[in-house]
Design a protein around this ligand. Structure first.
Ligand code: BGC
Length: 428
């Protein structure tokens, strides 16, 4: 064998509702599309149809041998108008959870993955402290209605990416560009996470369950100085990492709000995660305020550096904050023609298998090609291709490779020759 995956590490895939379900649900990303902000003009409402094809997709996941599945609920479907629950949507998600369990695939539910209903967006979303109770009402609904079918929860997906994309860079809805607003949103999301963490445990305990696992999906990158000998490059790499990810993960994990964040609620310090949720994609090369990509590095089709060792470096960083089992809640790459995804998978899983850290789960992003936010669906991350006209699903070569890895508990010489040996990255 080339390597074995860690004993008992569960393997599966991740998705998010707005990226695969389709449907005009009056969410911020539907609105963003209508306002013309999606680069390739993809309409999320017509992308993928998972809302209709959930049975077919679940069957396919089972056929692929997947053991775990991370997906999100769409807030705008569950609560389409303020204070009004859509029972049909609740029932639809219950059916999906039931089928997953029947197929032996363990679900991990993300409660918030970037998309907000317009009624919440229009009143200022996560920037306004008076709105945070709306998110907590969603958490309560999710646990009360799905808690008997699901023990594992992610409160919020990538709070740093949401806060910066939406409130600092202004590329995502609501398109704000304000450092002050970004910090406020980060504080508010940390508060939401901590309160949700407590609430999910309390509610499930009341329901008689003791197996609850709650965490957040932290997006971490390696920030490396362009020139290690240059003091400015080193300082800016540290500073970028601190402001983009380190301060926020500390706040969410421990309830300690480092500068410039403030604990406006006097939340007690604690240990607010049962697992380390890590979304890992790339390394940034820093030489100033804006980050860049190392010259002469292997790149994916969005020009992100491919740096497999970073998955271990980032997991280690979070583990130092609070030692818990590590769940890679996302890892994957934009490879539009499935030319190098097997190699990417191979190298990241190999890095995991050679590490001493307690990796317990790996969710590949993404199950299928999907609506990739402002990139639309031209940026392809899936193990499964979806025909744009017919919506028929085809497992890609990388999907077959992944299934073989799961079935064999690692990569054999033969699998390596068949799937990996001939693949090459673009180097730019
Ligand atoms: C997000 C996904 C996204 C993926 C690839 C992560 O930042 O959670 O929604 O599709 O990265 O860009």
């Amino acid at each position: 064998m080339k390597f074995f995956i860690p004993k008992d590490m569960l393997m599966g895939v991740a998705t998010a509702s707005m990226q695969i379900e389709g449907g005009e649900v009056n969410a911020n990303w539907n609105d963003w599309y209508h306002r013309g902000f999606i680069k390739d003009g993809t309409n999320p409402a017509t992308d993928n149809d998972h809302w209709e094809k959930w049975q077919e997709d679940t069957e396919l996941m089972a056929q692929m041998g997947l053991q775990i599945y991370r997906f999100s609920v769409e807030w705008a479907r569950l609560i389409p108008q303020e204070g009004k629950v859509d029972e049909a949507a609740v029932e639809r998600y219950r059916q999906e959870l039931l089928l997953l369990r029947e197929k032996g695939i363990r679900p991990l539910l993300t409660i918030h993955h970037f998309s907000n209903p317009m009624w919440f967006e229009n009143k200022g979303s996560f920037e306004k402290r008076e709105n945070l109770s709306d998110y907590l009402e969603l958490v309560e609904l999710v646990v009360r209605r799905f808690g008997d079918l699901c023990s594992d929860y992610i409160t919020i997906n990538e709070p740093n990416v949401y806060a910066t994309g939406s409130f600092f860079f202004g590329m995502w809805p609501p398109g704000k560009k304000s450092l002050g607003a970004t910090i406020t949103v980060m504080e508010n999301l940390a508060y939401c996470h901590i309160r949700a963490y407590e609430m999910i445990h309390t509610l499930r305990k009341e329901m008689g369950f003791t197996d609850t696992m709650v965490g957040c999906a932290n997006h971490l990158r390696v920030f490396a100085p362009k020139n290690k000998k240059n003091l400015w490059h080193r300082v800016s790499a540290k500073l970028t990492s601190y402001l983009f990810q380190d301060a926020l993960t500390t706040a969410m994990t421990l309830g300690k709000f480092p500068f410039p964040m403030r604990n406006r609620w006097k939340l007690p310090k604690g240990a607010y995660t049962d697992f380390i949720g890590l979304n890992y994609y790339t390394r940034s090369t820093v030489s100033g305020i804006a980050d860049g990509v190392r010259e002469g590095s292997p790149r994916n089709d969005l020009d992100w550096e491919i740096y497999p060792q970073g998955i271990v470096e980032c997991a280690g960083k979070l583990y130092d904050v609070l030692p818990r089992p590590i769940w890679v809640t996302e890892n994957g790459t934009c490879d539009n023609d499935d030319r190098f995804r097997c190699k990417y998978l191979y190298e990241h899983l190999q890095a995991i298998s050679q590490s001493e850290l307690p990796f317990a789960r790996y969710y590949h992003w993404c199950f299928c090609d999907n609506f990739e936010w402002i990139e639309g669906n031209t940026a392809k991350f899936g193990l499964v291709r979806v025909d744009p006209e017919t919506r028929v699903r085809f497992v890609k070569t990388s999907g077959n490779f992944y299934s073989d890895v799961i079935r064999n508990g690692g990569v054999s010489e033969e699998m390596y020759e068949k799937y990996v040996a001939k693949q090459e990255y673009d180097v730019r």
